[in-house]
Structures are given as C-alpha cells and as structure tokens.
Ligand binder design. Structure first.
Ligand code: CMC
Length: 413
C-alpha cells in the first residue's frame, strides 16, 4: 500500500534499473513494508540544507538576488566580476582600496606551481576541459594542508579564484593545441583571462561581456555542484577537494554540461526554419529533452537567460554566430509554445554558449562548462565557508532499505 503510493508520487521520475518495480514489489516484503514513504526525497526537492546570506531565488516569479541586489541591477550597474566575487567572499561591496588588495590576492593565484601546469599538459589534447580543470584541482588538493577554522578567511579563497582562472586558461589553451601560458595582472580578472587565452588585447566590449557572464553564473544557491562540494566540505576536507567534487557534478548534461548539449542541439537544428520540425521530431515526441530549458527551482523565465540573450544579441551580429542566434531564437519560440504551460522556460544555459562563442572561447569538449565553472568558483567557495562558519555538520543522509528480508548464509561445507 505504502509503496503503491510511492509509485504514484514518483511517477514523473525516471528511475534506472527498474527500481520502481522493486519499490512496488517491496510492499510485500515484511522487512521493509513498514517504512514510511515520507522519509524519501528523491532529488532532495525542496529540502533546505543550509541557511544562506548569499543568493535568493524566487522560482515562481523568476527573481534572482545576490546579497539582496537584483541580478538585473548588478548587471546594469556595470560592476566588474571581481567586485561581485569580493562581495560573495567578504559579505559586502568593496571600496577602492579593498578592491585593490583583493585584486593583488587574486593575482597571486595566477602563479600556478609547475606540477599543476604539467599535470594538464600530460593529458591528451582531446580531453574534456572540465576534466582538465579537475586534474589541476586534484594536483592542488594533493599538495594542500589546509585546515578549516571558525575564523573568516576569505583571503585564501581570493587566491583560489586566481588559480581557477589560470587553470582554465591552461586547460583551454591545451585543448586548442597551444603552449601553456599563465595570466598576468591587468587590473581586470576578465581582461587578464582573455589576454592569456587569446594572445591579444580583447575589445572593451568583450571584456565587459565576460564580466557579465562571470557574474551571471557566479552563484545559484545550492544546485547539484554546490551541494556536492558542500558534502565534501562537511567532512572538513580541503577546499580544493571540495571544488573538485563540485566540478565533477557540474559536468553532467543536466547541470553545467547542458551548455554543450545546447551547442550540439543548435548544430543539429542548423537553421531557424528547421526549428519547428526538429522540435516535433525530437522533443514533442519524447525522444529528447530541450537542452537549456527547464529548472528545478524556476517555473518562470530564468532571469539569467534573458540577460544572456541580450548579450548574445549584441555580440552575435553577423556570420555563423548570427545564424546560431537566430536558430536559438526560433527554437526558444517553439519550445515556449509547447513547454511554458508546464512551467518549463529557458534557463541560463540556453544563450550562454552563444555568448562564449562570440567571445572566441573555443568550442572544444567541455569548454563552455569549464567557463561556467570558472564563474561559479566564487559562489562555491562562499557557500563552503558559510557552511563551516555556521558550524555545519557532516552531511550524512540515509538510504531507505528495500532489499531482501533477513536471510541466512549457510557456511560452506
Ligand atoms: N525538455 C522537455 N521536457 C522537460 C524538460 C526539457 N528541457 N525539462 C523538464 N521536462 C519535463 C520532464 O520530461 C517531466 O515531464 P513529465 O512530468 O511529463 O514526465 C517534467 O518536465 C519534470 O521534469 P523533471 O526531470 O522531474 O524535473 P527536474 O526538476 O528534476 O529537472 C532539469 C530539472 C534542469 C534537470 C530538467 O529541466 C532538464 O533536464 N533540463 C534540460 C537540461 C538543462 O538544460 N539543464 C540545465 C539546468 S539550469 C542551469 C544549470 O544548472 O546548468
């Protein structure tokens, strides 16, 4: 009875390995039938695992705020990435001298140890770029003797932001077949990144767009990647190991890996005129999900999607990029017509790949997810520290046993 109710409750969840059958059969199992279903929360939907002062999402109204500031206001204020990174790590906006000191701490991180650079260089150039970031992060974790303390220590995390920028540059350059090169200080996180990646001065428009992209992806409360990192931090493992966990979770196609899925989707659709037919054949038929659409929390437009869209419309004004943009616009219309009634709208990943492509970020395996990771590192670290500061306990949930009833194993004769 209990398990039949479970089957109804979870009818929308596609469980692997016939687990739903197992759950239903288990109702006849005296060892498990008494367990109340209310203990289960698949996907931890609406489970609150920590309080936070960092990010607020109103999924019904499509609202996102960082430290109380609306994302739209932050973007139109012209704030640089490092101003918002500072706000996440230190809990307030910086004045000029605080910002200068923060930049110096970040720039210290650009000087990666040689063993980190060579750990990436040793990988095949065809490796996934997030995988390369993870290898570099694992090298830093291996050499870390970091101890969490109850005192606030954001300076350490500032330097980790510089390390993440340097790691992302060497990983992307490796994928592009280029020699390793570390960023140099330029008084702008975004500019230093683009100069080191592309060996040339970027336009102010591109630097501004990267600043905006970093801010848009900087934090999003506790999605799968942040939660994975929090699980690691809750054991008091070092922050490099926690970022490594977060990277691993980000990589999947349902989370940050959706940026790759969106690119593949746009290439498959090919041109705006083909959007309707492609959607009918692939999404309406139930064969595929529309990548870059849908969100666990937003049941309205993801506000980041709207801002990414406006940036893409400024940058992708001609050639192949413009074609990609018009294809995305057509696909969005078709998708909305059929999915908006279910509360499924474009998410941040729908237009961000076009912004990345316009910035000249190479379309290598995992490259756009790696850009997402670069942005999210400040949010991850801020949540990790917030969790330790509030005395967060080890995260140790339970699994509801539905296996065989107790039975005996006779000794071998
Ligand atoms: N296309 C078609 N149908 C969808 C989509 C989609 N993109 N997203 C959800 N649905 C349907 C799903 O098939 C299910 O339908 P039914 O009730 O008829 O079986 C219903 O909506 C509920 O789906 P769910 O998987 O239970 O919802 P969830 O909250 O567990 O999943 C999600 C959220 C983001 C994993 C999902 O919307 C999805 O797979 N989207 C596509 C991948 C994507 O764009 N991910 C990026 C997420 S946001 C930014 C980021 O984190 O990177």
């Amino acid at each position: 009875m209990v398990f039949n109710f479970l089957a109804i409750r979870f009818k929308n969840i596609h469980l692997p390995f016939g687990i739903m059958d197992t759950i239903c059969k288990a109702s006849e199992d005296p060892a498990t039938a008494y367990l109340p279903d209310s203990r289960l929360s698949l996907g931890l939907e609406d489970v609150y695992i920590k309080p936070t002062r960092l990010t607020y999402i109103d999924g019904e109204r499509g609202e996102l705020r960082y430290l109380g500031y609306r994302i739209e206001d932050i973007i139109s204020s012209g704030a640089s990435a490092e101003v918002i990174q500072y706000a996440f790590l230190y809990g307030k906006l910086p004045d000029d001298s605080e910002l200068a000191r923060f930049r110096a701490l970040v720039e210290k991180g650009y000087e990666l140890p040689d063993y980190v650079v060579s750990s990436v260089a040793a990988l095949p150039r065809s490796s996934d770029v997030v995988g390369m970031q993870a290898v570099a992060m694992a090298s830093l974790a291996a050499g870390s003797d970091f101890q969490w303390r109850k005192i606030h220590m954001p300076d350490t995390f500032a330097t980790m932001l510089g390390q993440m920028a340097a790691i992302t540059v060497i990983a992307l350059r490796h994928a592009m077949g280029k020699e390793p090169k570390l960023p140099s200080p330029t008084a702008s996180y975004a500019r230093s990144f683009l100069v080191a990646l592309q060996d040339k001065e970027p336009s102010d428009e591109k630097v501004r767009a990267l600043d905006q992209a970093i801010i848009l992806y900087l934090d999003h409360e506790v999605p799968a990647s942040t939660t994975a990192g929090l699980v690691t931090v809750s054991t008091l493992a070092d922050p490099y190991s926690a970022v490594l966990s977060a990277l691993a979770a980000l990589r999947g196609p349902l989370h940050g890996g959706a940026t790759e899925g969106v690119m593949a989707q746009l290439n498959e659709v090919g041109e705006p005129q083909a959007a309707k037919e492609w959607f009918e054949k692939n999404v309406a038929s139930g064969k595929k999900r529309l990548m870059g659409f849908g969100h666990r929390v937003y049941k309205a437009y993801d506000p980041r999607a709207l801002i990414f869209k406006s940036i893409a419309m400024k940058l992708a004004s001609e050639g192949q990029l413009h074609k990609m943009l018009t294809t995305a616009l057509a696909l969005e219309q078709v998708g909305l017509k059929s999915l908006a009634v279910k509360g499924i709208y474009p998410n941040a990943d729908f237009y961000s790949p076009i912004v990345y492509a316009s910035l000249g970020i190479p379309y290598a395996k995992g490259a756009y997810t790696a850009m997402f990771a670069l942005s999210r590192t400040a949010g991850w670290l801020a949540h990790f520290e917030e969790y330790v500061q509030m005395g967060g306990r080890i995260i140790r949930p339970r699994a509801l046993y539905i296996g065989p009833a107790p039975r005996t194993l006779a000794p071998k004769t």
